[in-house]
Ligand binder design. Sequence first.
Ligand code: PEP
Ligand code: MG
Length: 539
Amino acid sequence: MEIFEGKSIYKGTVIGKIFYYTKGQNQVKRERITDVQAEIARFEAARAVAQEQLQALYDKAVIEVGETNAMIFEVHSMLLEDEDYNDSILNIITGEEMNAEYAVATTGDNFSVMFSQMEDEYFRARSADIKDISERLIRVLQNAGNDINLFTEPVILVAEDLAPSETVQLDKSKLLSFVTKYGSSNSHTAILARTMNLPSLIGVEINEKWNGKQAIIDGNEGKIIIEPDEETLSFYQAIVTKESERKELLKNLKGQPNTTKDGKTIQLFANIGNVSDVANVLANDAGGIGLFRSEFLYLEKNDYPTEEEQFQVYKTVAQNMAGKKVVIRTLDIGADKQASYFQLDQEENPAMGYRAVRICLDRVEVFKTQLRALFRASAYGNISIMVPMIISLKEVLEVKRIVAEVKEELRADGIAFKDVELGIMIETPAAVMISDILAKEVDFFSIGTNDLTQYTLAIDRQNPKLDKIYDAHHEAILRMIKMVIENGHSGGCWVGICGELGADTALTETFIQMGIDELSVSPSFVLPVRKAIREATGK
Ligand code: PEP
Ligand code: MG
């Protein structure tokens, strides 16, 4: 038995046989040609076939992973028509009188090196796409098939790397997982894998000798276990059984509306802290993301994440969610979430201290950097912005002023963005009490019951000694929720709950009867809550 580590891009456990995929090395010969026109015609024909293949891949991907994720094949299709790329190929055929395969291979190599050296991250990422389309053209020219679907039984596919076009071609019914040496968690291939719900690993020191061997993919811990011993195997078999029981529940409820017995439908979203959680959101069939705790992005780093870094993360989440709502909460640092580079003072009472929007309104540049990244990412999906820890109208107006400034700056820079919904968290008793006033200023409320309970009951949520009296079912909390919903609705806001209480199925019916519009819960609670909604009556 051998264990290798990697980075999990989708959680889950899988036991199966390994199929080691070696890319067909397209041996390209350099041959002199005599009929230049015939060679150009051969190239043009190959390009047309490649375009047809890309269209077919696009159509397949739209059905399987949604329009946004399928866009990669549109990018390939555009690259295939790129004037410089085509001119270079034609120049080699006509100028050097060389065969089309050689002209494509040389151009592909040159262009992919050129792209890989570019400053802009977007263009650098296109390097792999250029390689991909060039290999496609060569395969067509050589009449070579692609051997990626050679396996006949469900397998764990192990490969050095997989191009998005290879991932989407895979016959999913025969695929348990994939494991690669290269690839990044934000690569298109990883995005597609997540969207296809395949427990998969990247960054693994793979070995050709694994071909045909039995293995376990532990996507929860990021491990691949080759030829597991009996004990390990039975340990993981038990996990697989548990996971498949969950999947059964998932199967029955997946695709079902969140509608009560008497026909009231509410939104059921999921909470995340990281891009990698998106897979879980999709696997559990949440209708959107109701809370993305963006501060984790800051906590993972030793310095402020740049606008570009944040933009990439928000964009990836928006794209992965393919048009579904993604509520991103602005920085909620401070209290229990400390990052040393913020150099926040030690406080006597951090929960009631310098945190969240208080810091953002004080360190406006930090706030603006995040807002710019959020607005830029809004062009790629359906993003809403939500501000935590609000206590006053003044704060909301100040936030709106800064948001307007950021939008103005982006417009001046000619940067595209969408009109996003702006909402606030209702997690302080003060916000509850003035929710009628706040509702006129924002598009939505999301009730943060974790903090609301802490501040209302005066119980430090971090203190284990107080756990037994931390009563989120306290009548005070329930009355506050009711009040927020009523005030929100009167002011034209939709109202949700994103604190842990939202997942408490003992209260699902109560919330619906109060008029809640949305519940956002941990991904694994989506289906149990859906079940509770479907068993409830809304009146
Ligand atoms: C809350 O306070 O209920 C909430 C959702 O936010 P957090 O738990 O991140 O403070
Ligand atoms: Mg909170």
